[in-house]
Write a protein that binds this ligand. Structure first.
Ligand code: ADP
Ligand code: MN
Ligand code: MN
Ligand code: MN
Length: 340
């Protein structure tokens, strides 16, 4: 038997964006614990905006488990928050989402690294050289000194945890980065995104750096990039059958549900989706082949040989969005369109 450090991680009750919370308990297991072996646990919901003080108990239900390579016998346990009667807590966005193991998602999480109240590498009280050389850039003047160390360490932590981390790149603004997470099924992929966010935030503590997920941290009036979380998606039908007729019906369903999508695509998105940068305006829907100024970008691979098969990229979700709700909304709209 060995003593394992179980870090139970959950989303709190803050709105519009929940925070990650975590606490550790020690349990003995013969080997690395399986999900079924992990017990329910509890916490004080009155400290996380999830319960009143006189009925403060909330329940943590383990739903996914990952190795934690930063700790001896470390285990990361993603949890759903439940009420004492065993039903999902109102803040539990995971419990009620639509899932489909045949649906594949790739989220591109953009974020800023912040120190002393400004993006890492910004001079005090001012701005660095305008955007241009930073995206996928190299060299101290473009990426500074510790940012790459952070993103590389984060990549290794994710891979050690078994997260389907697919890649990293420096983004358009100085101090801005991106990582990509791929997963099969909405719950699996979104669990991995939340866990990757957790690992990044925890890692950054030792660098005295914070992760800023807001979609337009430098403000709408400044010509500095916003942060998105593009949602790439495909269903089994889209990958194997597809077709132009189905695709056009699907896009019509996305157009009809513009407001429903925007409602779960992250707070303050009007600051980012102005129509001037990176996607269409917030109240409009459009799509185009290889077109990064539209709501949905259709990759060249999708229209190759007129097949209309493969995956699509919804560019509207933002960096602060909840991947559970984003993936679920995409699946809901897809479900409105009959397949042949
Ligand atoms: P870009 O920056 O050009 O938009 P990225 O390479 O950052 O593209 O991200 C592309 C994403 O698409 C990756 O996260 C990848 O996992 C995802 N992806 C690729 N193929 C599929 C697929 N068949 N279904 C869903 N997502 C996919
Ligand atoms: Mn990308
Ligand atoms: Mn990007
Ligand atoms: Mn993209």
């Amino acid at each position: 038997m060995a003593k394992y450090k179980l870090e139970y991680i959950w989303l709190d009750g803050y709105t519009p964006t929940p925070n990650l919370r975590g606490k550790t308990q020690i349990k003995e297991f013969a080997s690395f614990p399986k999900l079924e072996e992990l017990p329910l646990w509890g916490f004080d919901g009155s400290s996380t905006r999830q319960a009143p003080g006189d009925k403060s108990d909330c329940v943590l239900k383990p739903v996914a488990v990952y190795p934690d390579s930063t700790r001896k016998n470390g285990v990361l346990v993603m949890c759903e928050v439940m009420l004492p009667d065993g039903t999902p807590h109102p803040s539990n966005s995971r419990a009620t989402i639509i899932d489909d193991p045949g649906a594949w998602f790739g989220f591109e999480q953009e974020y800023f690294l912040y120190q002393d109240g400004r993006p890492l590498g910004f001079p005090e009280g001012g701005f660095p050289e305008p955007q241009g050389p930073y995206y996928t850039g190299v060299g101290y003047k473009n990426v500074g000194d510790i940012a790459r160390q952070i993103v590389e360490e984060h990549l290794d932590l994710c891979l050690d945890a078994g997260i389907n981390h697919e890649g990293i790149n420096a983004e358009v603004a100085k101090g801005q980065w991106e990582f990509q997470i791929f997963g099969k099924g909405s719950k699996k992929c979104a669990d991995d995104v939340w866990m990757a966010r957790y690992l990044l935030q925890r890692l950054c503590e030792k660098y005295a750096v914070d992760v800023e997920y807001h979609c337009k941290p430098l403000g709408v009036d400044r010509d500095w990039n916003g942060s998105g979380m593009h949602c790439n998606f495909s269903t089994e039908y889209l990958r194997t059958v597809g077709g132009k007729d189905y695709f056009e019906k699907l896009m019509a369903a996305f157009a009809k549900n513009v407001n429903e999508h925007i409602a779960v695509y992250g707070p303050d998105n009007h600051l980012r989706l102005t129509g001037l940068h990176e996607t269409a305006a917030i109240d409009q829907f459009g799509y185009g082949v290889a077109d990064r100024s539209k709501s949905i970008r259709v990759p060249h691979s999708f229209v190759k040989d007129n097949a209309y098969k493969g995956y699509l990229e919804d560019r509207r979700p933002n960096s602060q969005g909840d991947p559970y709700q984003i993936a679920s909304r995409v699946l809901k709209t897809i479900a409105e369109v009959p397949t042949a």
